[in-house]
Ligand binder design. Structure first.
Ligand code: G3H
Ligand code: ZN
Length: 293
């Protein structure tokens, strides 16, 4: 069934577990994430990023509607989340498109501007009954609209570096903005293709002790299993995964097409890619835990 992100994250945080949130791009992503969650018997979040909307010719609704219908028919609880929203126009489409939550991303801005923009987004979201996540201390590696690296983040395979979320600043930000959850920069980097990130667990411990909202880990594809498990134990309640699914899908399709150069039926390779994503989803959900039903 379709449920809200707020209830999944709240339940995960209460059980010192985490809900996995996967970025969806194609219908195969939607199907694979739900199949993987069903096989792990766990709740899951389907999230659509602003960059994915741009890929879909700027249209949110077709993918959102497909995801909502798939969620309604799933045997596990599934929530819909709008991810990394910078555009106010897109933000305002969230509720009508079936999303119960948004991540408003103004982390590129200086603190005061981030706070002001986030507070305005929170006011609007709460008036709509939406749960809202924001970010403080930029998690690097997110491509800009032109596909270019947007932040002064380290090379993609580098171990972490980049900015870190300051606990005192985060406390003020959460209190002044009214966000329901905070994405924290503790060493992960977006779009890593190797799982070599090391997290700052001491910083996570301090953030978790200082803040009274659930914490979200972005760029989780680059984080090894043991580090992910430790992050959940340290207070991460939502684990965002995107690139890992693309690595699984693309790798499987590449291998299939290399072995079958005569193949033309898209179902043949898409099903191989989808199955690889199902396995990736199940593996990550098993690592980050399953909230008590
Ligand atoms: O918001 C989405 C996640 O942070 C995805 O990051 O593609 O590096 O797993 P990732
Ligand atoms: Zn992210």
């Amino acid at each position: 069934p379709l449920v809200t992100t707020g209830e999944l994250v709240t339940r995960a945080a209460a059980g010192r577990s985490a809900v996995a949130a996967f970025n969806i791009i194609t219908l195969e992503h939607v199907e694979a994430v739900i199949a993987g969650a069903e096989s792990a018997e766990a709740s899951v979040v389907l999230q659509v990023s602003e960059n994915a909307v741009k890929f879909r010719y700027g249209r949110l609704l077709p993918l959102a509607r497909a995801a909502a219908v798939a969620a309604e028919r799933a045997s596990v609880p599934v929530a819909l989340h709008l991810d990394h929203v910078q555009s106010d126009d897109l933000l305002r489409q969230a509720a009508d498109a079936g999303f119960s939550s948004v991540m408003y991303d103004a982390a590129r801005l200086p603190y005061e501007q981030n706070l002001a923009a986030t507070r305005a987004a929170v006011d609007w979201a709460h008036a709509q009954g939406l749960w809202i996540e924001a970010e403080l201390g930029q998690v690097g590696g997110k491509p800009g609209p032109g596909g270019r690296e947007e932040s002064a983040a380290p090379p993609l395979d580098a171990h972490a570096p980049g900015a870190r979320t300051d606990p005192a600043e985060a406390r003020a930000f959460v209190g002044d903005s009214g966000v329901n959850a905070l994405a924290v920069a503790i060493g992960s980097t977006h779009a890593m293709t190797t799982r070599t990130a090391t997290l700052d667990h001491d910083l996570l411990k301090r953030l978790s002790a200082t803040l009274d909202v659930p914490l979200v880990l972005h760029g989780s594809s680059g984080v090894p299993d043991h580090e992910l498990a430790a992050a959940v134990a340290g207070g991460i309640a939502k684990v965002n995964v995107g690139t890992a699914l693309n690595i699984a899908m693309t790798g499987a399709i590449r291998d299939f097409l290399a072995a079958h150069p005569e193949a033309v039926d898209s179902r043949k390779y898409l099903s191989v890619g989808r199955e690889a994503m199902v396995r990736a989803v199940t593996g990550i959900i098993r690592t980050v835990g399953r909230p008590a039903a």
